[in-house]
Design a protein around this ligand. Structure first.
Ligand code: CA
Length: 392
C-alpha cells in the first residue's frame, strides 16, 4: 500500500481531486484522479469497471449522488492507503481527452469582453446589443474539433476581407487569436421538453475545465453577419486535461455582478453561481494577462437554464464555455484582439512585438481558485502551439 504524499500548498490537494483520463506505457486510457503529483487509477483503486473506460461519460451519467459518494471514497483512499498498483507518478502518465464531447456551446458572458468586442467590430454602434443584459448570448460550436491541451493548432485558412479591401481573398488566417474561458461539463442530462432550473445546476453539471477558444479574427469579422461565429471558431477549441469537480468549487462561489435590469424569472438564482477563479494567460512563456472569472455577468447556472429553457435537452458530455473572460482593466483581457486593441497596441513578448499569433507561438492558460479549508485549487493548464498548414 502507498500513502500518497501531497506537497504543502499543492493545487491538487484533497480540496480538489480532479478527474482525468490517463494511460501508462502500453496500457489503455482509463479514469484517474490527481492527488498531488500522483494519479490514482480508479478502476484499480475502487474496483469498478465504469472507470476502466476511455472517457468519464459513463461515470458522469450516474448522477449527482454517485459523484458525491465517489468523491468521499476517493478522499478516504487518498487520506489513507492506496494499493501500490493504483498509483502512478504524474510524470509517467499520458493524458487523454477526459470526456467524449456531446454538444458544444459557447457563451459570451463577460460584459467587459462583449463591450470591447462591440467597439472593435462595430465602432459606429452601441457596444452591447439590446438583448445582452436580458439573456446569456451564445452559439452552437463544433463538438468534433474540441481537442486536448497540448494538441498542435494548425493555422486555419479561409475567406478574409479587411474593411478597406474591396473583395474577399482566400488564404491563411492573418489575425489568429485566443479566448481564455472556463468550460462546464454536463454530467447528468435532462429530458427533451424539460428545462433545467438555475437551482438544479449542481445536479447536472459535473465539473469545469479551462478552455481556449482559438479564433480567426479576420475570417470571423467577414463571415459572422448575420448568423454568428462559424469557421472562424470551428477549426479547434482546446480544453484542459483535468476536470475540476463542481463539488470542489463550492469554496469559490461568489455573487455575480449586479444584474440590472433584473433578469426574467427563469434566470434568477437563489444563490448565484459566480466563481472566484483567477486565470493567467502566458504567451511564449510570458504572462500577458490575468482574467478574473468573478467579473462574469452571467453565471454558469444561468447559462444552463437558458440553454434548456426552450425545451432542448442537455446530454452527458455536453460542454458549454463561458465566453472570453475579461475584467475591467487592460491587463485582465482574455483575448489578444482586446489586449492589443485590434492590433493597434502590440504587446512585447520576450522582446518581440506581437499583435496576433505567429507560427511557432505557444499559449498556456492556467487558473486557481479558493478551495475548502483556506486552500487554493488548480485547474492545471490548457496549452497549444500554432503551426503552419502544409497544404494551402
Ligand atoms: Ca468564445
Amino acid at each position: 500500500m502507498t500513502a500518497i504524499h501531497i506537497p504543502d500548498g499543492s493545487p491538487f490537494g484533497l480540496a480538489n481531486l480532479p478527474y482525468g483520463i490517463f494511460s501508462t506505457a502500453g496500457t489503455a486510457p482509463r479514469a484517474g484522479v490527481r492527488a498531488g503529483d500522483s494519479v490514482v487509477d480508479l478502476a484499480v483503486a475502487l474496483g469498478d469497471e465504469v472507470f476502466a473506460r476511455p472517457s468519464l461519460n459513463a461515470f458522469m451519467a450516474q448522477g449527482y449522488e454517485r459523484w458525491v459518494e465517489v468523491r468521499a471514497r476517493i478522499t478516504d483512499l487518498v487520506r489513507g492507503d492506496v494499493p501500490d498498483e493504483a498509483v502512478h507518478p504524474i510524470g509517467a502518465v499520458t493524458m487523454h481527452m477526459p470526456i467524449e464531447v456531446a454538444d458544444y456551446v459557447d457563451f459570451y458572458a463577460s460584459e467587459h469582453h462583449a463591450s470591447n468586442l462591440g467597439r472593435l467590430f462595430r465602432p459606429d454602434d452601441e457596444p452591447l446589443k439590446p438583448n445582452w443584459k436580458h439573456l446569456p448570448v451564445g452559439y452552437h460550436g463544433r463538438a468534433g474539433t474540441v481537442v486536448l491541451s497540448g494538441t498542435e493548432i494548425v493555422r486555419p485558412y479561409g475567406q478574409r476581407k479587411a474593411p478597406a479591401e474591396a473583395a474577399p481573398t482566400f488564404g491563411a488566417c492573418r489575425r489568429l487569436d485566443i479566448e481564455a474561458e472556463l468550460g462546464f461539463i454536463v454530467g447528468a442530462g435532462s429530458a427533451l421538453g424539460s428545462p433545467v432550473s438555475c437551482d438544479d445546476f449542481a445536479r447536472h453539471v459535473f465539473g469545469a475545465v479551462l478552455v481556449n477558444d482559438w479564433s480567426a479574427r479576420d475570417i470571423q469579422a467577414w463571415e459572422y453577419v448575420p448568423l454568428g461565429p462559424f469557421l472562424g471558431k470551428s477549426f479547434a477549441t482546446s480544453i484542459s486535461a483535468w476536470v475540476v469537480p463542481l463539488l470542489a468549487l463550492d469554496a469559490a462561489r461568489v455573487p455575480t455582478p449586479v444584474q440590472d435590469p433584473e433578469p426574467l424569472p427563469y434566470l434568477r438564482e437563489q444563490t448565484p453561481w459566480g466563481l472566484d477563479v483567477d486565470l493567467t494567460v502566458e504567451w511564449n512563456g510570458q504572462a500577458v494577462s490575468h482574467p478574473p472569472y468573478r467579473e462574469m455577468y452571467w453565471s454558469p447556472a444561468q447559462m444552463l437554464a437558458h440553454m434548456t429553457v426552450n425545451g432542448a435537452s442537455a446530454r452527458t458530455g455536453d460542454l458549454y464555455a463561458s465566453g472570453t473572460i475579461s475584467g475591467p482593466e487592460p491587463h485582465q483581457r482574455g483575448a489578444f484582439i482586446e489586449l492589443t486593441w485590434g492590433g493597434k497596441e502590440p504587446v512585447t513578448v520576450n522582446g518581440e512585438e506581437r499583435s496576433f499569433l505567429e507560427d511557432g507561438d505557444e499559449v498556456a492558460i492556467t487558473a486557481t481558485a479558493p478551495g475548502a479549508g483556506g486552500t487554493r485549487i488548480g485547474f492545471g493548464e490548457v496549452r497549444g502551439r500554432v503551426v503552419g498548414r502544409t497544404t494551402p
